[in-house]
Design a protein around this ligand. Structure first.
Ligand code: BGC
Length: 444
């Protein structure tokens, strides 16, 4: 049995019930043995921890307070196993700037060891032949048995694991200030009529009704939720199938009408505002509501508040019973054999059940494995877990367009451009539906 096989075997046989520290120490020792073949070198290794040979340079876009807290969970976990972390953080919610930097690095022949990536980006990079193969660790650890098929679809390319999934985010939430809602005696809205009635009351009391950041991906996050809320069938046909007739339909016109109404409740300073600053407005009781993914919950937790108590969570009107998801993956670039062990170590660490629990408690998402108990999660995450099971059974689980799981990058860009153009102009809803169908047809 090779040293790597022994490491994989140790991890497989101990992952459920053995003391984690002893596993970490044994892994460190085994790793040493893999790097050093003489008896003397092994002896030195055993006494000089941490001994993992390589560093991993990780490109990611987790730079807000809550995101940074989640990153440090992974960094510390790896460092405890002797793998150094070289941080390559590229600020910018949704990851657009990070993906531009990644492309530039790869084009210059200098890819990072690992990169955070959303579903269809994983597929695109794998398609170009840049990603390494994680099957050794995935098979040894039984990823096929614990990762939901909807997530596997993006983590695997042509049957091979190429990226490790760390979470399942849900982008279609409404976050609300409990302080403002209590003061005004409001309930979490479940229809758009209730939403706009609450918004009127919040505005009349002198607060910003809807905290929003004017960046294309944030507007797209709201729009896709509006479409899902009109009907899951519309999400399927207009977004997942990119069907031309569906894109020109009354439903899509209605989605733009709702977006126009939402725009009326956004404050004047929203242009360019980062999503986490909009979340802060809700946390600080300056704004009543924000439509945003559950990474916003990471900010709530980071502010020392309890999600579901000081900041309330509800779903975007009409989306109860459905589930949009986006998963953050770590994809490993094919950067040579000397980094391979550290990459497998990172993939293994990111997939361990204990890590997935700790990380997702901070990140606001739920684990990408079905075998992590929900007991320690807050009420909003527990709702996500229950809703995920229900939506999976009902066929109403869909990938998020705004977050890379609905369409390949070029077609996704066509949607986002029209949504943002409409939101930031006086374009009519009918014109927007036509422009959208035309743009998607051109991008296909
Ligand atoms: C990512 C999240 C991230 C959010 C805001 C999403 O696309 O999946 O992990 O927190 O963008 O940056």
């Amino acid at each position: 049995m090779s040293a790597l096989s022994v490491l994989l075997f140790l991890r497989k046989t101990t992952r459920t019930n053995e003391d984690k520290n002893s596993l970490v120490n044994r892994e460190r020792d085994m790793t040493c043995m893999m790097k050093n073949t003489t008896a003397v070198a092994v002896a030195l290794c055993l006494s000089a921890a941490p001994a993992f040979a390589a560093d991993v340079e990780v490109l990611h876009w987790w730079t807000s307070g809550g995101e940074a807290a989640a990153v440090s969970v992974l960094k510390e976990d790896l460092e405890s196993k002797g793998t150094g972390w070289v941080d390559m953080a590229v600020a910018g919610g949704g990851g657009d700037a990070a993906m531009t930097t990644l492309r530039a690095r790869v084009t210059a022949g200098d890819p990072p060891t690992a990169a955070q990536m959303l579903g269809m980006n994983v597929t695109a990079w794998a398609d170009e032949g840049f990603l390494g193969n994680l099957n050794d660790i995935a098979d040894a650890e039984g990823w096929d048995d614990v990762v939901p098929p909807a997530v596997q679809r993006f983590g695997k390319y042509e049957g091979n694991w190429v990226a490790a999934p760390v979470n399942m985010h849900r982008p279609h939430w409404v976050w609300a200030s409990a302080e403002i809602f209590n003061e005004l005696d409001l309930e979490m809205p479940t229809t758009w009529d209730e939403f706009f009635a609450a918004a009127d009351a919040i505005e009349a009391a002198g607060y910003t009704a809807v905290a929003m950041g004017g960046q294309p991906w944030q507007e797209a996050t709201a729009w896709e939720a509006v479409v899902l809320g009109i009907s899951p069938d519309l999400y399927q046909s207009a977004i997942i199938d990119a069907d031309d007739a569906a894109l020109r339909s009354e439903g899509i016109v209605e989605s733009f009408e709702i977006m126009r109404k939402i725009r009326g409740y956004v404050d004047d300073n929203f242009a360019g505002r980062d999503w986490n600053l909009a979340t802060s407005m809700v946390i600080n009781g300056e704004a009543g509501m924000q439509i945003m993914g559950d990474w916003a919950k990471g900010e709530v937790i980071n502010a020392g508040m309890t999600p579901g108590e000081e900041v309330l969570c509800g779903l975007v009107p009409g989306t109860q019973g459905s589930f949009l998801f986006n998963t953050d993956f770590f994809a490993m670039f094919d950067v040579g054999d000397d980094k391979k062990e550290a990459q497998l170590q990172m993939a293994s660490a990111a997939m361990s059940p204990t890590f997935q629990e700790t990380f997702n408690l901070a990140k606001g998402s739920i684990p990408a494995r079905t075998d992590v108990p929900g007991d320690n999660f807050d009420a909003c995450a527990q709702k996500s877990m229950a809703d995920l099971a229900e939506a999976t059974a009902n066929g109403t689980l869909f990938g998020s367009l705004a977050h890379g799981h609905g369409q390949p990058p070029a077609i996704q860009g066509a949607y986002v451009d029209v949504v943002t153009q409409h939101f930031n102009s006086d374009m009519s809803a009918e014109e927007a539906a036509t422009a959208l169908a035309d743009a998607v047809a051109a991008a296909k």
